[in-house]
Design a protein. Sequence first.
Length: 202
Amino acid sequence: MSIDAKKIIFRRLVREYEFLVEDLRDIEQANTEIKDSFMKSLNEIDQEGILQTDEMDNMADDWAKSVKEHEDLEKESNKHPDFKGLFRKVVVKCHPDKLDSNMSAPELGEYKAIYEQAVSANETEDWAQLIMAAMKLGVEIPESAYDQIESIENSINKLKEKQTNILNSIAWTWYKTDNSDSKSDILKQHLDFMALITKKQN
């Protein structure tokens, strides 16, 4: 593949990644409200207190632990030297301690968000996220970054997977259902499912 074609594909992927990041942020904001509404409706029909059992608490703890273990595994990597170099250049430009105190509050907030984005990218060696931060700051992208197309595609696929998991969740299925009887059926079926799971834990 020629360097020009590679750079074009690279730019397209970075734009797609940036869109997906913004889109996922919106979905996650909506998801917080949808989940709260779903759980409130679920609690209203939970006459037996299924959702308040120790088994449910233990399941929630186990799930949170498994998520943390997965995130910790993703952080274990030997970073590419150019990745480290790009990270340092980004951080120098947006570290909260190095920012001009005369900046406006919106500007400071924007730089802080970029800094947090870079730190997050560094934890999992996410080229796409770091490149996006660098481009916002006008930091030159190293030539080796254009060889990270597969890595950026993997980051894009992870974002798409997160979106799919949220949009296909039981809470979203319930939320998008217009018929009130169907909504009630979804709640009852989910509560029955949770009751079955808690029995298996005993």
